[in-house]
Design a protein. Structure first.
Ligand code: ANZ
Ligand code: ZN
Length: 794
């Protein structure tokens, strides 16, 4: 037999699997339950990096295990092809985004195929394909027709580098998630999805999900439900500048508090710099210049910067006006400060420095009284002051329009006569035109605005001349429903056939990065709930179970980055070690959810392990005469290993499963004789991790079918029970010896065996004594079954 040559066998089996189509999933298989196993589909960024491998390869171990455990497993793959990252990369290279994206998809598909995963490529989805985004647009229309999509002019996060608005979720530490440039606020007409309508449902749904607790908590905090009170603080001597024209103006400041019980300790009020009361109070504010200067300054900060707790608090008092604490009837000063946010609660607070940390810092800096007043009972206080109970959410509506080229066009038409008109469903898709000028524009308009051919259309209602919406949808819209499409990827008359959806969804196991804890996962949940309410699907939650992989660091323990030169290139590794070794090392390097640094010698160890498995087959031909019984100890270990590997894979503890396989191999190497069937079990347990070598060895064992059509081995619980235990032997309470004894050994038997031990004889068989005297020096025997024997001697 030849040496283990991964390059040779891996190509061979990948071809075989493809030809046989063993990973093509039928929608139903008699006697098998469907299992929908999903990895987060990648952006066609150009290169399949080690992070993709870490997501896909160990996840494939789980999928194969499920398949072998008797499920009809669907494991699809596709590309999140629209969006800023691909577009920005294309622009940088001066290539049209479409050309760039499809070239990447081609290259990445080859790389993904090289991993030997059981992906069903016949279900591949590309979100930039008109057959796909037709349905993205269709879903937009359903949301629109049901009041869940709307257009409004409002301040939005504008990235000056990407020339587009961003959703709140895409602003990280005040910077654009994509390009790290500081985001500014700009007033722009934009499309939003009314996700806030689902705030409570999104919260409630979390309870039933088998998701990491941390991720559920992040969603909960993002939704940020808080129950509190609205209460009015009258403004003393308040005169409206032109009251007659402003019938809605009110002579009080309304604040939102979750701690109405602390109101007796409120010593001042704070309003956000954007608060509209400032313009009403202008004529009474004596230091208006100072106040306006402060407001200008605060515009440069983002909400996140404003909320940072470690920064020095800043602010300016509105001199000349006071508020009245309605509980004490005392006048309190009003400050404007950027630690109060405009779009939370009422944008105004009652400050209670004795109870609230932020207020405390502020009070100290501005020398304001800090009064530890007694707490008042909430409900009485609310009644007495005529306050209103209210619920606030941090969640904002989801901003989905982008002033960019590479996205699905928003299917709306504007007519001078009829106003905003949705594109009729029969006219979908609204195709993205192939324009020459796809560069984003400075003035904040979509590049599509330059395309006369695209814009000019007829009004679907009156037939008159009309214009198309030129904004495109954020790519997160495309990825909020792709998991539905996999159930029926080619459907042309529905986003997916209802029966097929029912047979596959919700997703049974979703594997992907924790960076999606709020964005993608929250949006997908919203889409699912909305589509359910609109009668298109029958379930509430898209992903029943979720697992996040950890992050692989460079060999130096630092985040991998090109500038640090610590990037691990999977193609290179595959060339040197083979796919199986790379897959298996990724599983072995640490706990999957933790990740950790790449260890170059670790992968060599795994490769050696595979070589040993290979060699054992060679020796087997010599070693194994006929079906002799295997040794008891091997039998026990084998059954234990079957149990452990299965349970570990189920829990995504791939590293400990592999350790168990290593122990088993060790033992098998030591055996004088080894049955073919037992070796075959080792190969079967190995197969989800190292599918190519396993398939090769399996075929060398003269099996006709693929090893992945084999059932996962079963263990016999009776055989796992330990047959022996280590009996601890004590003389006068001191441990002097230990030996293996059969489980359940009786006291008499244990005593006889113990007294024959050399280490014991030294104490009991004193020179010159008769054997009969021996029993006389033994005073007592204390026996703890299956544990210990203590011989008490004189
Ligand atoms: C008085 C008080 C006393 C407060 C106390 C808290 C503790 P959550 O739980 O996040 O909803 N607040 C209200 N509106 C705000 C805004 N626009 N910007 C910044 N802070 C705001 O927080 C609600 C609490 O945050 C409110 O209750 C208010 O301070 C503050 F011991 O009122 B509290
Ligand atoms: Zn019209």
């Amino acid at each position: 037999m030849t040496e283990y040559n991964p390059q040779k066998i891996e190509k061979k089996w990948q071809k075989y699997w493809k030809k046989k189509g063993i990973y093509k999933t039928k929608d139903s298989v008699k006697g098998k339950k469907n299992f929908y196993h999903l990895v987060m589909f990648p952006y066609p960024s150009g290169d399949l990096h080690i992070g993709h491998w870490y997501n896909f390869a160990p996840a494939d171990v789980y999928a194969r295990f499920k398949k072998m455990s008797g499920f009809n497993v669907m494991s699809p793959i596709g590309f999140d092809a629209f969006g800023l990252p691909a577009e920005n990369a294309a622009i940088k290279r001066g290539i049209h985004p479409e050309k760039w994206t499809y070239a990447n998809i081609k290259a990445m598909s080859k790389q993904i195929e090289s991993m030997g995963n059981m992906f069903d490529w016949s279900r591949e989805i590309i979100t930039a394909d008109p057959n796909y985004y037709k349905w993205t647009q269709w879903i937009f229309l359903q949301l629109y027709k049901n009041g869940l999509a709307y257009k409004k002019k409002a301040p939005a996060n504008w990235c000056p580098k990407c020339h587009t608005v961003l959703a709140n979720e895409q602003v990280v530490d005040g910077k654009c998630e994509r390009c790290d440039v500081i985001v500014v606020q700009r007033d722009i007409e934009q499309w939003l999805f009314r996700i806030t309508k689902y705030a409570d449902k999104l919260l409630e749904g979390l309870d039933g999900l088998d998701w990491p607790e941390k991720t559920k908590l992040m969603q909960k905090n993002w939704i940020g439900k808080s129950e509190g009170t609205l209460i009015q603080f009258p403004i003393s001597n308040f005169q409206f500048p032109n009251k007659s024209q402003n019938p809605n103006d009110q002579n009080f400041l309304e604040v939102f508090t979750t701690r109405i019980d602390t109101i007796l300790g409120c010593t001042y009020c704070v309003i956000a710099p954007e608060h509209e009361i400032i313009s009403n109070l202008k004529s009474q504010i004596s230091n208006l210049d100072e106040v306006e200067g402060y407001i200008e300054q605060s515009k440069k900060k983002t909400d996140l910067q404003r909320m940072e707790t470690d920064k020095q608090k800043t602010g300016v008092e509105l001199k000349g006006v006071k508020a009245i604490n309605p509980a004490t009837n005392k006048e309190v000063p009003i400050f404007v400060s950027d630690y109060v946010l405009a779009h939370y609660g009422t944008g105004a607070i009652m400050a209670v420095p004795a109870y609230d940390e932020r207020d405390f810092e502020f009070a100290k800096k501005f020398n304001l009284p800090i009064i530890k007043a007694p707490l008042a009972p909430k409900d009485e206080m609310i009644k007495k002051l005529g306050a209103k109970k209210t619920i606030n959410y941090k969640l904002r509506d989801w901003l989905i329009s982008r002033q960019r080229y590479w996205g699905a066009p928003i299917p709306i038409i504007f007519c001078d006569k009829c106003g905003e008109v949705p594109v009729p469903e029969k006219d979908l898709p609204v195709k993205l035109p192939n324009v020459k000028n796809y560069l984003p524009t400075e003035e904040g308009k979509s590049p599509l605005a330059h395309s006369e051919k695209f814009i000019k259309t007829k009004c679907p209602k009156c037939g008159g001349p009309a214009k198309r919406e030129t904004d495109t949808m954020d790519t997160f819209v495309c990825s909020s429903w792709y998991f539905l499409r996999y159930a029926d990827p080619k459907s042309s008359n529905k986003f997916a056939d209802a029966k097929k959806i029912k047979s596959w969804l919700p997703v049974n196991m979703y594997v992907g990065g924790s960076e999606h804890a709020v964005l993608h996962l929250l949006y997908s949940r919203f889409f699912t709930k909305a589509l359910k309410d609109l009668g298109h699907i029958e379930f509430n939650e898209p992903f029943s179970a979720l697992t996040h992989q950890g992050i692989i660091l460079g060999p130096d323990g630092q985040k991998m980055s090109k500038s640090r030169g610590n990037v691990i290139d999977p193609d290179e590794l595959v060339k040197n070690f083979g796919v199986d070794a790379v897959r298996m090392y990724l599983c072995f390097m640490g706990e999957y959810s933790q990740g950790g640094p790449w260890n170059p010698t670790g992968i060599m160890g795994v490769k050696r392990f595979l070589e040993k498995v290979w060699k054992l087959k060679t020796n087997l031909d010599i070693k194994c005469p006929s079906g002799r019984l295997m040794s008891k100890s091997l039998e026990t270990l084998l059954h234990k290993t079957i149990k452990k590997v299965g349970e570990d894979i189920k829990n995504f503890k791939f590293n400990t499963a592999i350790s168990a396989l290593m122990i088993l191999l060790n033992q098998m190497e030591k055996e004088k004789e080894l049955r073919v069937t037992d070796y075959a079990l080792l190969v079967t347990l190995l197969s989800p991790f190292a599918p190519h070598i396993a398939e090769e060895l399996w075929s060398q064992l003269k099996n006709k079918n693929s090893i992945f059509e084999q059932p996962w081995p079963k263990y016999d619980p009776k055989k796992i029970k330990e047959e022996t235990f280590e009996l601890v032997v004590q003389i006068n309470g001191k441990t002097r010896d230990r030996f293996e004894a059969p489980i359940g050994i009786a006291e008499n038997e244990a005593k006889d065996l113990t007294l024959k031990r050399e280490n014991v004889k030294r104490y009991t068989d004193l020179p010159g004594r008769q054997a009969s005297a021996k029993n006389q020096i033994i005073q007592k025997v204390i026996f703890v079954p299956n544990k210990l024997i203590n011989i008490v001697i004189k």
